[in-house]
Design a protein around this ligand. Sequence first.
Ligand SMILES: [Zn+2]
Ligand SMILES: [Zn+2]
Length: 292
Amino acid sequence: MATHSEQLPLFDPATGIADGPALAASAPAPARSRQSRPGAPSGARPRSPARPRPSERRWRERAFEVVAETLWPTRCAVCDRPGTPLCPDCIASLPYIDSLLACPRCGAPFGRVQCTECNRVLLAAFGYEEPPYRQATSPLVLTEKVRRIVTVYKDQGERSLARPMASLMARATPPPWLDDDAVAFVPATAAARRRRGFDHAEHLARELSWLLDVDFTPLLATPRRLDQRRLGRIERIQNMREALRVLPGATVPDAVILVDDVCTTGSTLFAATEALKAQGARTIHALTFARA
Ligand SMILES: [Zn+2]
Ligand SMILES: [Zn+2]
């Protein structure tokens, strides 16, 4: 594992916190969050005619926080233990991909010597000679436990998971990628974004931008569709090729770290990479939280 992780801002598994930018300031409010605290200090409280003294106000706020934490506590996404979005025991027990055994091209967990995911014969069946990206990597294998983290993050609106997730991704990032020009992300469809109240990959990319000290740069437009679940790999790639486009007017830099939450068939990353390369990018490094 690269030593660059020593340079990264420290993530404290005990608190789930690393010193970093306040995402809340840059992101829209969640539609539904396990941590949402109605009336918490950032929310708009109605002004009462007789405003309480500062000490009284602080006491009320503190009392409300205690009640809110009791009613809507932060819990570990995996084991449900209260306290942090991802507890130290669960972080330690995740199925990490060993970079010394993984495929140096596509990041498949045991593809170092002979990869079954990105060899020429297999790729030829999908119309490729080689993966369009330069390299792809993920810290984790997409097991049930890891899938649960992604589900709690995306579909239950637990945005506080973005930081520990991004922290694990940052530690799996090969040092040469830190010279890239931009961190971009694969955007969710408009419907998914509306449903969740945020774009999960954008949130991860913003965190990664800060952790890796590489500029956050949205480059891809919101895809027009689509549910890929019933499609085979060839159909998925074709579907995504039509759906993913570079944002109108965006200047695509030379080298880009492309962020998504998971890589299952690779079709989304392939299509997003092709779109960016068609507009001038030369090197795409694909970074996902987990891969199948
Ligand atoms: Zn746990
Ligand atoms: Zn491979």
